[in-house]
Design a protein around this ligand. Sequence first.
Ligand code: HEC
Length: 201
Amino acid sequence: MSVEDVRAADVRAHTFDGIEEFDNRLPNWWLWTFYLACIFSVGYWVHYHTLGTGDSPTDEYNIAQAEAAALSLKRARENPVTNESLIELSKNPEIIKEGRKIFENPQLCAQCHNASGNGNIGPNLTDEHWVYGNSPMDIYETILKGRATDPEKGYVGGMQAWEAKGPEFVQTVTAYVLSIMHTNVSGKAPEANAKKLPKSF
Ligand code: HEC
């Protein structure tokens, strides 16, 4: 076979600006990567999309997020309770939801502070005036231990201790009180012995 014959057999019919194109077979190694990719894609599709037996990147992301959230919650609960751990809890929407349920229960906080927290027998917890301080730990102590009458210090008292409900209960409802702090729902006027304080965190 002459060189011209080979050319006539392998060169494709078209030319562009005088440039011709051979029609060579693709190398086997290239074809195999292609075939294997095809086979892999079928397995991939069945595993992730048809059977759903694998976690998609979105699922993996969501699982990682949930694990991180659970870990941060666990840490916030386990540590000795601090201003920071309570602030961390107050940023967790699930905790706030739980805390709101506790607070708004007519048998619990709402009985004396109203469901909105704007005060009834107990003070308005949404205003800027505080008898016992408004740092997260002040609020936590108030709820944990209660506040008794103390005529010497001018304390009216009447806030019961909630320690018996357990630390999680107190932390959760403290986080909720932090979330409504200084939202200024109009209601009960500030107590005579309360101080106006800036938001503490
Ligand atoms: C039986 C009524 C009653 C119930 C129930 C009650 N409180 Fe109180 N609370 C009071 C009174 C009264 C005071 C004010 C005490 C004082 O001035 O000495 C108070 C004070 C407080 C304070 C401190 C306010 C400040 O100005 O320093 C916080 C915080 C508080 N309550 C949160 C709660 C939470 C949270 C609950 C539910 C777990 C709750 N209270 C349930 C009556 C109640």
